[in-house]
Each structure stands twice: as C-alpha cells, then as structure tokens.
Design a protein. Structure first.
Length: 315
C-alpha cells in the first residue's frame, strides 16, 4: 500500500474573505498598527504615573510653575508692585494666601510673578550649560587625540572651582541683572555637561553599528548625526533636568545676595532677602517663597530620577 504525502494546508480564498469581513487578520499578519502602538504607550505612561503618586505630584508642581511663569494672571489678579500700606504685615488668609509684606503688597502675587523672572533665568542657564558643555564634550569625545586632552584639562580647571564661587566671580565681572546671573550660572555648569557628553560619545563611538557604518563608507558627519548624537543624548537630557533644579537654587542664591534684578522686581531670591529682616513678626515673607523654591527643586529632581532609571526599566 502506498502512503500518500500530506502537504501543508493552503488558505482558501473564501476563508480569507470571510475573515476580512469579520475584522480578523490573517494568521501571519500583525494585529496592531501605529494607532494601537500609540494607545499602548499612552496607557503605559498613565499606569506609570498612577503607580507613583509622588511623581504625579511633581509633574503637577512643575506644570503649575511653568503656567505661572508664562501666564501669571491666571493665578494672581493683584499687582505685585502696588500695595496698600494700611494692610501691611497681614498673615496668610483667604484674602491673601501668602500674606502681605511691609508695604502691603500681596506676597502670593509677588511669588507668582517672580516665577517668570526666576524661570527665565533658569532656562537661560540650563540652555547655556547644555549647548556649550555638549559641544565641548562632543568634540572631545568624537575627535579624540590632543583635542580631547586640551579640552578636558580646561574642564578639569572648571571642576576644581566650586560652582557658586565661579558664578560669583563671573557675575561680578559681567555685572548685575537677571540675564547676566543666568549666563554666569550656566557657564559654571558647563563642565558637568562636557564630562557626561564626552563619556557617552566615547561609549557610542565604540559600538558595533558605528563601526559598521564607518566601514560602509559613511561620512563622519553622517555617523555623528545619525548614530552618535541620538544614542548619546539620553543621559545629557536627564542631566539637564537635574541641572534645572540646581540652577534654580543658584539663581535664587545670587538674587538673594543682590546680584539679580533690582528692586522692586519680585525674584524669588530677592523676596527671601527682603523678608529676612522681618522674621520675628512676619515669618511668611521668607518661609512661603522658600517653600515655593524647595517644592520646584524637589519636583524637578523627582522627574529627573524617573527619567534616569524608572521609565527605562518600566519599558
């Protein structure tokens, strides 16, 4: 008796049409598209935030500070520069959430409007440190040889000086003002960005796909733009988020010392400096602006920690 060979079952066209009419994909085709992938990412992000209430609160604080800096009128309707002398030194209440100062000005309005000045200076400082430091680290790590040695020795000199002292020296040379304080703080943070960028570029430059791209005859700028920069940018962006909080502290410290915008500009550091003379009878003049600074710094640090490790492990 001969044994018949049974071949693989072929798909009937009628079955294909029936499956398509029912909305069922053929067995060999994926069931998810770009829209489904985006929905999965959104659900994963929402689950990530819900399981971390501290991170969710931090994101809310940062969003509120950003909104206050771009639209202070959304949160405070009073003029931060005009006060009622008869209502001076009023404690926190429903009429004045953060109380009033020695001239009867609403402290909450001054804190909200001061977010615009402080955040502007912080963004300038982070941008200066990010751009200049990343360029130095990129050139040092990608070019190498004597260029790397010269640039890294300059970075070592900057690292040997405490950042606040270097900022004080720079702002003394540049002069007073919000922008000059921001530039001084940014230059003082260049060294850390240069170090991290150089380390990431050296790591990526030795990867197999970079060597394969070079062996295929790709130009150096193509390798740099398509392979090195995208794969080295992650830790630098996390460092920028961390540096955002430290820059807020540095800008506020220099404003506290009188290097920021001249009075009556309501910078956060200036508010604390003005209220320190009235700690005995008006604690809210320094405590509540200081609480706003602390909440913003802690929130940015919490977000940076989530970006650094928690989100990558979740993915």
């Amino acid at each position: 008796m001969s044994r018949s060979r049974i071949g693989p079952r072929t798909q009937d066209p009628v079955d294909d049409a029936t499956g398509a009419g029912l909305g069922l994909a053929p067995p060999g085709e994926p069931t998810t598209g770009p829209g489904s992938a985006r929905r999965v990412e959104v659900r994963r992000l929402l689950r990530f935030l819900v399981l971390r209430p501290g991170l969710l609160l931090s994101v809310l604080v940062v969003v509120l500070v950003v909104l206050a800096s771009f639209g202070p009128g959304l949160f405070a309707s009073r003029d931060p520069l005009t006060g009622v002398p008869a209502q001076n030194f009023r404690g926190p209440s429903g009429a004045h959430w953060f109380g009033t100062d020695e001239l009867g000005r609403d402290v909450f309005s001054r804190v909200v409007h001061g977010a615009q000045l402080s955040l502007k200076a912080t963004l300038i400082a982070v941008a200066v440190a990010f751009v200049v430091g990343s360029l130095i680290g990129l050139v040092a790590g990608f070019v190498g040889r004597w260029v790397d040695d010269v640039l890294m020795r300059c970075v070592d000199v900057l690292l040997s000086i405490p950042a606040l002292f270097l900022s004080l020296a720079l702002v003394t040379a540049l002069g007073y003002g919000t922008v000059k304080v921001a530039v001084a703080v940014g230059i003082a943070s260049v060294a850390s960005f240069a170090r991290v960028t150089r380390a990431e570029v050296l790591r990526v430059r030795q990867a197999v796909f970079v060597e394969a791209s070079r062996s295929c005859g790709a130009r150096w700028y193509s390798v740099l733009g398509r392979h090195v920069l995208p794969n080295a940018a992650g830790p630098v962006i996390v460092l920028a988020t961390l540096d955002f909080g430290s820059s807020i502290l540095a800008v506020s410290a220099l404003s506290f010392l009188g290097y920021g915008a001249p009075p009556p500009a309501p910078e956060w550091g200036t508010l604390i400096s003005d209220g320190r003379n009235y700690l005995a009878n008006a604690w809210w003049l320094t405590a509540l602006p200081g609480l706003a600074i602390a909440a913003t710094v802690l929130a940015t640090n919490r977000i940076a920690r989530a970006l650094d490790g928690e989100w990558s492990r979740q993915r």
